[in-house]
Design a protein around this ligand. Structure first.
Ligand SMILES: [Zn+2]
Length: 312
């Protein structure tokens, strides 16, 4: 089944859907009561992933809950007119880099200056090991408006700012909400790889949990905003790289093994190495991260299992 075929089948059954980037269909998530087409169907992967609450579902069970029998309906689709038109729409869509997903930071962030706020923000960043060179390279900004009192960390993909995170440097007054409101960005944090654009210039990618860990791990490091990769992130990882160094925080043995398995599952020839931290996260190893990454051993299933079972 192709994506346009599924679009026709869904529409015929009265299921709201829309064309989304990467040859995916946007639909309502059936698991969390979504009504704003937050879920993405990947026909290729046979999977439905929701960006509202992170719900995951097999495409087959999604269709089953809608009581749609695709096999019975395909013949109808094949003989129906709209399919050609729809194929064209999908092809046209693939030529566009993004679908209004770029985020305008001008309301929430500005360049650093010699203002008192800027100085406080820069000294906070310096205390986390992020100096002027990194601020420049990663385009870290000073929050304003709803992000006043925070530093703003832009996420870019294909040259567009697609998401951002913010961290409070004025404590405690501004500590609470640190990430953008869902109203301000069209896709949540599980969609993106932090620092993808810089890292794509390298053959090997280092996978870390958070943006600060990625910066600590070098310009070829990305962050997955958590300790597990989403379907969208796995897709990007395995289409952009074939050599991986997994470097999650200490204590994430199971998540590391899961990630290695997910990458291997998509690319049997992927080369995977692992940095096993015995405490903390890459920020705590900033001065030696380069060395740990270069010296990281090939991922070994037995060792991974032993570490999960705390046998090593
Ligand atoms: Zn959901």
């Amino acid at each position: 089944m192709t994506t346009p075929e599924l679009a026709v089948i869904l529409s015929k059954n009265g299921v709201e859907n829309a064309i989304a980037p990467n040859n995916e269909l946007a639909v309502n998530c059936l698991l969390c009561g979504d009504t704003k087409l937050h879920a993405r169907i990947s026909v290729k992967l046979g999977w439905v992933h929701c960006h509202r609450k992170g719900c995951n579902q097999r495409l087959s069970s999604y269709l089953r809950s809608l009581k749609i029998n695709v096999k019975l309906q395909r013949d109808w689709v094949k003989t129906s007119g709209p399919i050609d038109k729809l194929e064209g729409l999908f092809n046209g869509h693939e030529n566009h880099k993004t679908e209004n997903i770029s985020v305008d930071l001008s309301e929430v962030a500005e360049e650093f200056s010699d203002s008192k706020m800027s100085m406080m923000a820069l000294s906070y960043l310096a205390s986390r090991g992020i100096g002027p060179a990194e601020v420049d390279l990663y385009h870290i900004m000073l929050g304003k408006g709803t992000q006043t009192g925070r530093v703003v960390i832009p996420f870019t993909e294909n040259g567009d700012v697609v998401y951002y995170q913010a961290r409070a440097f004025l404590v405690p007054a501004y500590k609470k909400v640190t990430n953008p409101n869902l109203a301000d960005v069209s896709h949540g944090k599980s969609e993106w790889l932090y620092n993808a654009d810089l890292a794509r210039q390298y053959k090997t990618v280092v996978i870390t949990e958070g943006w600060a860990s990625a910066i600590s791990s070098g310009t070829n490091a990305v962050a997955i905003q958590g300790n597990q990769a989403s379907v969208a992130q796995l897709d990007k990882l395995t289409s952009w790289w074939r050599r991986f160094v997994i470097c999650l925080d200490a204590g994430m043995e199971g998540e590391t093994c899961k990630l290695a398995a997910q990458i291997k599952d998509r690319d049997p020839y992927a080369q995977i190495r692992v940095v096993w931290l015995d405490h903390g996260d890459p920020n705590d190893f900033r001065s030696v991260m380069r060395h740990l990454i270069d010296a990281a051993p090939q991922y070994n299933w037995l060792e991974g299992m032993a570490r999960c079972l705390k046998l090593s």
